[in-house]
Design a protein around this ligand. Structure first.
Ligand SMILES: Cc1ncc(COP(=O)(O)O)c(C=O)c1O
Length: 371
């Protein structure tokens, strides 16, 4: 018998969330096309599930070549954006073969393009507007543009879209400075623009659209976490944003015991029962991707009732408080997060992290069941 743990992937929730963000973007003065961001195995949900759930997206954005190949093999025929572009020359063969659109963010990648002898490639040129991560900066921008223009003249590059990534999109004025810089660096160049992640799409859609409309540009957006039902905003929950959880991580109790007051529970006895209580053991641990640093009190659902975890998360098991949980014996259903359990954002917050990390960290040994 396999362990009872399972991650159920709800493709209707993926489609609902895509629809939801698209609805927000459509209502603006510059409706945007949507890349569904599916990197990190679709934030842990599986590339194949994403290909089904995001059938209405205009493209998929990811960064591992093998995930791009998997998406094509699963039947995705629309564009695929390679968010970090080629890592080495040999990658461009795969880019050409599978018709991928690489992001170009450094001069080394422009050299690779010059040496590539395949068909012309459409590219995204990434501009660093303050994230200080990937992209051209004022110091090397003109050199990059000169090389891009030469590649176009030589017929090695086709269409170009200019993109940036916001560092503080969840802040009220988080886009003001980056958009100003983007205009300074990219507005002399013809082409579409690709700007917003989830937070920018849900919080600043109008600002971005007005900005693009003023410059006469068509837009692409790149939402990720909101498509999986995680909130990108600190002050608004996923349900307030009408997002549905796309992953339900569930398991069962594999042991139940009565514990006397004063009894330590789990490794290090970091939790000691303050009264006599019933304690359940859940088949889920950090080797499944549940955060080891989740403290006592992290919400969890047992038998449809919300309760809390107790003590230290072990590799394969977590202890839970069954006080007040009706008739929870061995085999009782447990929801770690998702439908019928706590939102993944709440578990993440309790563990001092973000839903992105929890969803993408669910390990390979947890069976994914796509519904
Ligand atoms: C370049 C880029 N675009 C878009 C996204 C999607 O961001 P989010 O999941 O916050 O919507 C990411 C995620 O990290 C990213 O790195």
């Amino acid at each position: 018998m396999p362990r009872p743990i399972q991650a159920t992937i709800h493709t209707n929730a993926l489609a609902n969330n895509l629809n939801r963000v698209r609805g927000v973007l459509q209502k603006t003065p510059a409706p945007s096309k949507v890349w569904a961001v599916v990197k990190a195995n679709a934030y842990g949900h599986g590339i194949e599930a994403a290909v089904g759930g995001f059938a209405d997206a205009d493209g998929l954005a990811l960064l591992d070549l093998d995930e791009a190949v998997r998406a094509r093999e699963a039947g995705w025929s629309k564009p695929i954006l390679l968010l970090e572009g080629p890592f080495q020359m040999a990658d461009l063969r795969t880019v050409g073969q599978y018709q991928l659109t690489p992001v170009i963010h450094n001069l080394e990648q422009l050299t690779m393009l010059r040496e590539f002898d395949g068909s012309p490639l459409d590219i995204y040129v990434k501009i660093d507007t303050g994230m200080t991560r990937l992209g051209f900066v004022p110091a090397n921008l003109q050199q990059a543009f000169d090389q891009v223009d030469a590649l176009m003249r030589e017929g090695k590059v086709g269409k170009i879209v200019y993109m940036t990534h916001f560092a503080c999109a969840d802040q009220p004025d988080g886009l003001d400075d980056p958009l100003r810089r983007f205009a300074q660096m990219a507005s002399d160049r013809p082409g579409q623009w690709c700007l917003s992640n989830s937070a920018a799409s849900l919080m600043h859609a109008d600002q971005v659209a007005v900005f693009a409309a003023e410059h006469g540009r068509s837009l692409w957006s790149r939402p990720g976490i909101c498509l999986y039902g995680g909130s990108p905003l600190n002050d608004r929950s996923a349900s307030e944003l009408n997002l549905k959880p796309a992953m339900t991580l569930k398991s069962e109790l594999i042991s139940v015991k009565d514990v006397a007051a004063g009894q330590g529970i789990g490794y290090g006895h970091i939790y000691v029962a303050e009264r006599s209580m019933r304690v359940g053991v859940v088949a889920c641990g950090y080797a499944d991707g549940y955060p080891r640093h989740a403290p006592t009190g992290t919400p969890i659902s047992v038998n449809g009732q919300m309760t809390r975890i107790l003590g230290r998360v072990s590799m394969d098991m977590i202890m839970v408080d069954l006080s007040g949980v009706r008739s929870a014996g061995v085999g009782a259903p447990v929801v770690l997060w998702g439908e019928g359990g706590p939102p993944v954002d709440q578990v993440a917050q309790a563990a001092g992290t973000i839903s992105y990390e929890l969803l993408s960290a669910v390990t390979a040994r947890v069976p994914r069941v796509v519904v």
